[in-house]
Design a protein around this ligand. Sequence first.
Ligand SMILES: Cc1cc2nc3c(=O)[nH]c(=O)nc-3n(C[C@H](O)[C@H](O)[C@H](O)COP(=O)(O)O)c2cc1C
Length: 367
Amino acid sequence: MSEFKTSQAEGLIPNFVNTYELEERAQKVIPADAFGYIASGAGDEFTLRENDRSFNHKLIIPHVLADVENPSTETVVDGDTITAPIILAPVAAHKLANEAGEIASAQGVHNFKTIYTTSSYASADLPEITTALAGSPEWFQFYFSKDNEINKRIIDRVKALGIKKIVLTADATVGGNREVDVRNQFVFPLNMPIVQEYLPQGIGKSMNYVYGSAKQKLSAKDVEFIASYSGLPVYVKGVQSALDVERALDAGAAGIWVSNHGGRQLDGGPAAFDSLQYVAKAVNQRVPIVYDSGIRRGQHVFKALASGADLVAIGRPAIYGLALGGSRGVEQVFNKLTEELKMVMQLAGTQTIEDVKRYQLRDNNFL
Ligand SMILES: Cc1cc2nc3c(=O)[nH]c(=O)nc-3n(C[C@H](O)[C@H](O)[C@H](O)COP(=O)(O)O)c2cc1C
């Protein structure tokens, strides 16, 4: 393993008021170039900023006299009850943020009781993560290789571990233009055990190199292949349009994951939240929808659910929690968003997550 040194924090994050402030605090404990890789977006970061701003395009009208008390955020996914419809997005190399890496994240996710999505570019190996999850539901995010034998070997390992779904990331067929990484001359300092076979020189390569090793010419056929070879449900991640919904569903996708990769891929594109309503209309309840990009508040979770998402996923906030508090920090981030969501649910007059999904947001015509 490399000489890379980062935070080793483990324990509750003191004076934690909201997830926004964690970014600045995490910057103090993560090496500058690794922090740049985590926090930044592509190009001018227009899309990254839009991810935050766009939640103001919809408004939650408070409802009074609604006969609601102590709303419940519990959600059942494929028979598993999770504490809230908030799950962990796939994020590469958690060891950039904390030396305990994915193991601590998995423990935090397990303690909170939700779903963990393992990245193909994890800095821990699959069985270690699965063990740390101790039975909590795990999904696997796939960066598909050009070499189908490698794909098959990865799928075989995923299946043998009892992982429940495969998430095919389709919006990163080339690395985004991460200018912060260029400026920092960021070189990936860690091993990526899951994909090491097709990345013999994984350590010391830029992320653009890593993405270049994945299959660029992705098509519906790849979704069909993964679904038929694995027999597992395949979600397609990075969908923002009705056209892509049809492509994915025609290919046999079992779920749609709306995302713009946290503003890290195509700059100049819409906020993922602005795309969600169009995707939800096209999906028309045929399959579940996961939403990520820009979730920082309970009200964002509420708005995404009321716009058609069944689950939301978080990326950076969980990683900042990991940097500042290890497994406890990750758990605390999920708890904070859940507490905020509960408060919003109470004030909006919604008792259950099903009520939130039926809730009519108002368009903000005042911007
Ligand atoms: C540091 C970092 C690494 C990421 N690595 C991956 C990855 O390996 N695979 C993937 O599908 N998405 C990856 N993503 C994107 C996330 O899954 C997710 O789409 C994004 O973080 C959501 O936005 P948020 O950070 O605003 O919550 C990564 C995001 C970050 C911040």
